[in-house]
Write a protein that binds this ligand. Structure first.
Ligand SMILES: Nc1ncnc2c1ncn2[C@@H]1O[C@H](COP(=O)(O)OP(=O)(O)O)[C@@H](O)[C@H]1O
Ligand SMILES: [Mg+2]
Length: 257
């Protein structure tokens, strides 16, 4: 593990009954880079995110954030430690407004005890104002400020993905995990997403990106790790991964009838 390692995934294995979803996976993610995780469906990509964020416990291995062991099975703690994620299947409150959904992403930074919010104290009002302002900044970043008051279900699928993205940013993380953020996006939305992720990297964020859109992955990632059947089969820069025989075999193999 080098000193610039933001996240170190160390020898992770995970079984679901008789199926080994992850097999001795080790990945080191360098700070202020975009690290891609690719692989055919069922390769174990989302499971790896679930292990990192403490949503599931691995059978073996550990995850370190800046050299510090991450707690297992405490997803609520992860946000306060500086990790935010988006989900492959959008998880938003569809009947609430765009702004409310993004404000929820910041609840972890609430300094006030719950009762003072209920009592609607001055302190709570100040906090709510700050949260609202920061949520609007996150929405402006993804170009959705004008939609802040709209109900989420009335927005397009691509826009809903951007709301999830804004919610993750609003939590002010060091590390952002994006699980197939471009799925269902049109080409313009994808181009915008690429720009947003680049800007985050320039601002020092570290991003781990699971993505099937190869053009996007190859354009934006500094390093790519390839999973297949729960194993890491290759790792390197986009140029190397593109021509890596194991990677080509893994992808071509899946296309066979
Ligand atoms: N909670 C679970 N229970 C049982 N099997 C699971 C569970 N989550 C994932 N799996 C299985 O683990 C494998 C890896 O899944 P996943 O991590 O979702 O793959 P990917 O995100 O790469 O498509 C798949 O075979 C999937 O069916
Ligand atoms: Mg997945």
């Amino acid at each position: 593990m080098n000193t610039s390692s933001m996240l170190h995934i160390n020898d992770i294995s995970k079984w679901f009954g008789g199926l080994q979803a992850l097999s001795n996976v080790s990945i080191s993610v360098t700070a202020s880079t975009v690290h891609g995780i690719i692989g055919p469906n069922g390769a174990g990509k989302t499971t790896l995110f679930n292990v990192i964020t403490g949503m599931i416990s691995p059978d073996q291995g550990s995850v370190l954030l800046k050299g510090k062991l991450l707690p297992r099975q405490k997803p609520h703690k992860l946000v306060s430690m500086g990790i935010a994620r988006t989900f492959q299947n959008i998880r938003l409150f569809k009947n609430m407004t765009v702004l409310e959904n993004v404000m929820i992403g910041q609840h972890v930074h609430t300094p006030t005890p719950v009762f003072s919010i209920i009592l609607n104290t001055e302190f709570a009002r100040i906090w709510e104002k700050k949260t609202r302002e920061e949520a609007l900044i996150a929405l402006a970043f993804v170009g959705l400020e004008a939609k802040a008051a709209e109900i989420v279900k009335n927005l397009s699928y691509g826009q809903q993905r951007l709301i999830e993205f804004a919610r993750a940013i609003a939590a002010k993380p060091k590390l952002i995990l994006l699980d197939e953020p471009a799925a269902g996006m049109n080409p313009t939305e994808k181009a915008n997403l690429l720009q947003f992720v680049s800007t985050l990297r320039e601002n020092g964020y570290t991003i781990i990106l699971i993505e099937h859109d190869m053009k996007l992955v190859m354009n934006i990632c500094d390093t790519i790790s390839v999973l297949d059947h729960g194993k890491k089969i290759a790792e390197g820069n986009p140029e190397d991964i593109r021509i890596h025989p194991e990677v080509i075999r893994a992808y071509l193999g899946k296309r066979e009838p």
